[in-house]
Design a protein around this ligand. Structure first.
Ligand code: FAD
Ligand code: SF4
Length: 417
């Protein structure tokens, strides 16, 4: 478990019915345990490491973590902050995704005053505006928002840094800043015919569906209805699985995932793949897209080539096209779900925050999470590249402790001056 949860200890407490104590213990290491319990890829993290996983069947750790928190909250559990000593510092957190929320949680528990800024109307980042409701309900994030607000976190939503508040202005408003603004530039497959219509970008599709479901005012994300369509989803990660399962729920005539490697080499959670298969999604493995086929302006299909996997030195098996295996799969809508690249805004440079040649923020200057500007810290996808909720939480919690150490050292310096 990337956040080093005390799993055996809270399993024992849950087994003894000591749910409130179990919830306290869950929160010692994890800022969003009810979220991780729902959407961590447990089959390749905690449950894969379970000693019963070798043929017997792992303990359902995620489901129990989720149960503990849901049940404790029902019973009136609230974090005990009575021991917190107020410190004289203010930190601005940009991004209310899992990284920003975890940082805000740890800072608040250390007595630091925190304001979280986000461009969206609700907290959660990809948890609310990306991951579909059937995996993680928006009500879970609203409940967490209430807990954080009760603990003293101030949220400034519908506020985009760089547009509504200038970055340099923000720097002057706080003693330190934390950035957890994610990665949002879709990988472009540059397929011929992609500019002629029928293409649906994955995140736009998912966000539009969430906004439609909850009546949220997000004009940049119109609802895309795939009812009655023959849908192909390109990609093999969690985003692709969310798209195929959403298209099924919208009533698409057929839904097929096209992936260039085999099932064993898919990057996402196998549990999600199984769910998709059970829901009637077809899979075309070892198949690579070549071009979109149109009749006039109407998309009619996707030209593909079959692939075989060849061993690659020191890396994942590489898909190699099989000559002469080209064919056209029928389609009226194609969703691109190839993943996301870093998209660092220009103002990061103005603040003296360096990125590497891929655009990822360099965040381990002296303290974990510290950028090249000593008063600015960062974690989550913008540092690691697109990854997982639990790793964003783990890194942001560590960065929050770095912020406290940094502010203590600045204060000690001022006192001795
Ligand atoms: P984000 O969650 O992207 O949050 C960044 C926040 O910053 C957003 O709220 C954004 O609005 C805000 N922001 C950006 N720029 C600004 C600005 N200038 N001013 C103000 N606010 C700003 N991981 C899993 O573990 N399990 C899954 O099942 C899973 N499924 C996924 C499904 C999809 C469709 C996608 C896209 C990802 C999925 N992931 C999953 C990955 C996971 O969601 C991310 O790794 C995680 O959300 C990263 O957290 P973050 O806080 O770094 O960024
Ligand atoms: Fe498993 Fe994720 Fe919970 Fe860790 S946080 S115990 S990996 S579900």
């Amino acid at each position: 478990c990337p956040v080093h949860n005390y799993i055996p200890n809270w399993l024992k407490l849950a087994n003894e019915g000591r749910i409130l104590e179990a919830a306290d213990l869950c929160h010692e290491t994890n800022s969003l345990p009810e979220v991780c319990g729902r959407i961590c890829p447990q089959d390749r993290l905690c449950e894969q490491a379970c000693t019963l996983a070798t043929g017997f069947g792992a303990v359902t750790i995620g489901a129990i973590e989720r149960y503990i928190v849901d049940e404790a909250l029902k019973q009136g559990w609230r974090p005990d902050l009575s021991h917190v000593r107020t410190r004289p510092w203010s930190v601005g957190v940009v991004g209310a995704g899992p990284a920003g929320l975890a940082c805000a949680d740890v800072l608040t528990r250390n007595g630091v005053s925190v304001t979280v800024y986000d461009r969206y109307p609700e907290i959660g980042g990809l948890l609310s505006f990306g991951i579909p409701d059937f995996k993680l309900e928006l009500a879970v994030m609203k409940r967490r928002r209430q807990l954080l607000e009760d603990a003293g976190v101030h949220f400034k939503l519908n506020c985009e840094i760089g547009r509504d508040i200038r970055a340099e202005e923000l720097e002057n408003m706080h003693d330190a800043l934390f950035f957890g603004i994610g990665t949002y530039k879709p990988v472009d497959a540059r397929l011929p015919g992609a500019d002629q219509g029928g293409i649906v970008p994955a995140l736009e599709f998912l966000i539009g569906q969430t906004a439609h479901l909850y009546g949220l005012d997000l004009p940049a994300y119109p609802h895309i209805d795939l009812a009655g369509e023959r849908v192909l989803v390109l990609g093999g990660g969690d985003t692709a699985m969310d798209c195929v399962r959403t298209a099924v729920r919208q009533g698409a005539e057929s839904v097929t995932c096209v992936y260039r490697r085999d099932q064993a080499n898919m990057p996402g959670s196998q549990r999600e793949v199984k769910h998709a298969m059970n829901e009637g999604v077809n899979f075309e493995f070892n198949t690579s897209p070549l071009a979109l086929v149109h009749e006039g302006k109407q998309l009619t299909g996707l030209e593909v080539v079959r692939t075989r996997l060849v061993a690659a030195e020191g890396g994942r098996a590489r898909p190699e096209p099989i000559e002469g295996s080209e064919e056209v799969l029928p389609a009226t809508a194609v969703i691109f779900a190839f993943g996301y690249q870093p998209s660092p805004p220009g103002w990061l440079q103005t603040l003296g925050v360096n990125t590497d040649d891929r655009g990822l923020v360099k965040a381990a200057e002296r303290l974990p999470g510290q950028t090249s500007n000593p008063a600015i810290f960062a974690a989550g996808d913008m540092v690691r590249g697109s990854d997982l909720v639990v790793t964003a939480i783990a890194d942001a919690r560590e960065a929050a402790l770095s912020i406290v150490s940094y502010l203590e050292s600045v204060q000690a310096g001022r006192k001795s001056a």
